[in-house]
Design a binder for this molecule. Structure first.
Ligand code: UD1
Length: 312
């Protein structure tokens, strides 16, 4: 019997990619997901190869069952989105903070070796200096940012006090196949690509000059697998990005080039809680867990467009 891995939020966008990578290398995988923002269809290709528990990380009993016999937890379950957290602060707090606490406590009680946490670049807020590195004082601008930061602090405390190994990965704007474009809170790349494919003008909040370090999902999967094994990483927080940034206007131009479209976007008011610029410093990530981005933005965009073409 190999090691058992738990992916919370494993039916979601990022979680399903982590689960796939684990199954592909022959590991045993259990998934805990309440299918609120995740979909069983994200796991269709893994049918019969994984154990699936339908339930919420807010349910203490089901979370306890999910961690039983598990060696490593990838904790991806969350209610993402900055604007959603502005509209639904309590609901997102329950999932992102209390849910994370439940997973950590259950993992500690079950003797899990290590938990890798999906943290967020939003914790930085606006900074005077780019790229952003983890020594910077956090400056959350939204409930979501505060909730994810809280999760990081809890991870560190569980390492220090209870000896549960943890690594928190601050994801920078992840995109790729299976990212769900259907909600008003969906990630911008999923929104832009599906609008362009439908020949509808994309919507840009603000002037479109805000920048992001868009990170293809395969890079995030590789960071997770490395973080699960890295010998001297417990208790740490590291960035997972590419180390570059482009504006939304530039992003849209890149996508139009790939798709051969020429649609003029509509501009709307900037969203509350929005960060102006975002770019990861990934030096520490390389040093601590050996991470290097494997897929460039250009290549990631091409693969993502291809996937939406086939699957929309
Ligand atoms: C934030 C976090 C990210 C986190 C994610 C979870 C930052 C820098 N990043 O992403 O780490 O994982 O939340 O949800 O805080 N936009 C449009 N048109 C659209 C949709 C979005 O213009 O149709 C704009 C947004 O206003 C924003 C940018 O595109 O300026 C990116 O938005 P989104 O993809 O939602 O991610 P962030 O809020 O940047």
């Amino acid at each position: 019997m190999g090691n058992l891995y738990l992916v919370t939020g494993g039916a979601g966008f990022i979680g399903s990619h982590i689960a796939t990578a684990l199954v592909n290398r022959g590991d045993q995988v259990r998934i805990l997901d309440n299918l609120l923002t995740g979909h069983r269809s994200n796991l269709a290709h893994l049918e019969g190869k994984i154990e699936f528990i339908e339930g919420s990380i807010c349910d203490v009993e089901v979370t306890r069952q999910a961690v039983e016999g598990v060696k490593i937890v990838f904790h991806e379950a969350a209610i993402p989105s900055v604007p959603r957290s502005v509209v639904e602060p309590r609901f997102t707090h329950e999932a992102n903070v209390e849910g994370t606490f439940n997973v950590l406590l259950a993992a500690k009680e079950a003797g899990v070796k290590r938990l890798v946490f999906a943290a967020s670049s939003s914790a930085y807020g606006d900074t005077e200096v780019l790229p952003k590195h983890v020594e910077m004082y956090p400056n959350p601008l939204s409930p979501y940012a505060a909730q994810k930061l809280f999760g990081e602090f809890y991870c560190q405390v569980f390492s220090k006090v209870y000896g549960l190994e943890t690594v928190a990965l601050r994801y920078f704007n992840v995109f790729g196949p299976r990212q769900d474009p259907s909600s008003p809170y969906s990630g911008v790349i999923s929104k832009f690509v599906t609008s362009l494919l439908a020949n509808e003008p994309p919507l840009i909040f603000g002037d479109g000059e805000q920048t992001r370090d868009f990170t293809y999902v395969d890079n995030v999967v590789s960071a997770n697998l490395l973080a699960a094994e890295a010998p001297n990483a417990s208790g740490s927080v590291v960035n997972v990005g590419v180390g570059d940034r482009i504006s939304l206007n530039q992003l849209l131009a890149e996508l139009q080039k790939i798709l051969g479209t020429n649609l003029t976007p509509n501009y709307a008011e900037l969203r509350a809680g929005d960060v102006r610029d975002s770019q990861a410093d990934i030096l520490l990530t390389e040093k601590l867990i050996g991470y290097k981005p494997l897929v460039s933005l250009a290549e990631g965009l091409r693969q993502t467009v291809e996937w939406y073409k086939q699957n929309q």
